[in-house]
Design a protein around this ligand. Structure first.
Ligand SMILES: [Zn+2]
Length: 299
């Protein structure tokens, strides 16, 4: 047996051993989509006070939450606290935001923190957004869910929230019905807004995609209902462009891998899939924050 032949056999043995240990090599397309890790723009952690949006609780605490994300292939995400969304007092959202700080630190590199407030005591809400941005390094506010505690977006208080978010160059993620979405997109053209949920029916989905398509400062995030209708992800990319469509799951409420599978199976290029699954969110986070130069969002 020649030296070269022996070397080839040795090399082949190593390759097959590696394949046995780590599985079959990924296709080049799959490599492109997963090498940086899917990045989820919409995660609600199970709170330390027991608040958890899951309807029937199977992931009750942070280790179970993270283990389920592992199962779905979600390695990174933006997390917010359920405690903050259901806040009856400013102390509630402050406690929720502090647990987010704790878990961002504990799972270093895996999660980015998001600040949630309610606007009822507006001075305290503004102060909390500023604290989260300047003290804790959060560049994301939301998911803001007005229906959970009964506030409105068309108010002077919410305008103050939006103005501060704009001044600090933060991203704000807002759960809004279609008319609220139209109002926010028209009124705040300089604010970077992420609207979750394509929509519940075809009329709504079409209207919501049109609003995001027309407002370059806004983004459509795919969690909730709408993405599961085959063709809607493609329609969103065609009308909005792949740069402003984001993967998000709304876990612990919804299943993370459902959205991922639709994006993976959609009639899109590998580059478009990469943008949706992680690149757009990376870009938004990298460009946000009080220290970053503000760019014109509407050009
Ligand atoms: Zn949500």
């Amino acid at each position: 047996m020649s030296y070269v032949h022996r070397r080839q056999m040795f090399h082949a043995g190593l390759v097959s051993l590696a394949n046995f240990v780590i599985g079959e090599p990924l296709t080049s397309e799959a490599k492109a989509e997963t090498r940086r890790g899917i990045f989820d723009a919409h995660l609600h952690i199970p709170s330390d006070n027991g608040e958890n949006f899951q309807w029937y609780k199977v992931t009750k605490n942070m280790p179970e939450f993270v283990a389920y994300l592992d199962r779905c292939g979600v390695r990174r995400g933006v997390i917010s606290s359920s405690w903050s969304n259901k806040a009856k007092t400013p102390d509630d959202y402050r406690n929720g935001n502090r647990e987010v700080v704790k878990y961002v630190e504990q799972y270093k590199g895996r999660f980015r923190g998001s600040c949630v407030i309610t606007p009822f005591r507006i001075d305290e809400a503004l102060h909390e957004i500023e604290t989260c941005a300047k003290q804790f390094g959060f560049v994301w506010v939301g998911e803001c869910c007005n229906y959970m505690t009964g506030y409105k977006y068309e108010t002077p208080e919410w305008t103050e929230v939006m103005n501060l978010v704009t001044r600090l160059n933060l991203v704000i993620q807002i759960h809004a019905n279609t008319s609220e979405m139209q109002y926010l997109a028209d009124k705040f053209p300089d604010t970077t807004i992420v609207f979750p949920h394509p929509g519940a029916n075809l009329n709504d989905i079409s209207a919501r995609i049109t609003i995001v398509a027309k407002h370059k400062n806004t983004h459509l995030e795919l969690s909730g209902s709408g993405h599961e209708r085959v063709g809607i992800v493609e329609k969103a990319v065609q009308e909005i462009g792949a740069d402003r469509v984001l993967y998000g799951s709304d876990f612990t409420i919804n299943e993370p891998s459902g959205v991922i599978m639709r994006v993976k199976n959609a009639f899109l290029t590998p580059q478009e899939r990469e943008k949706i699954l992680f690149r757009n969110l990376e870009r938004l986070l990298a460009g946000a924050g009080p220290g970053r130069a503000r760019q014109s969002k509407n050009t």
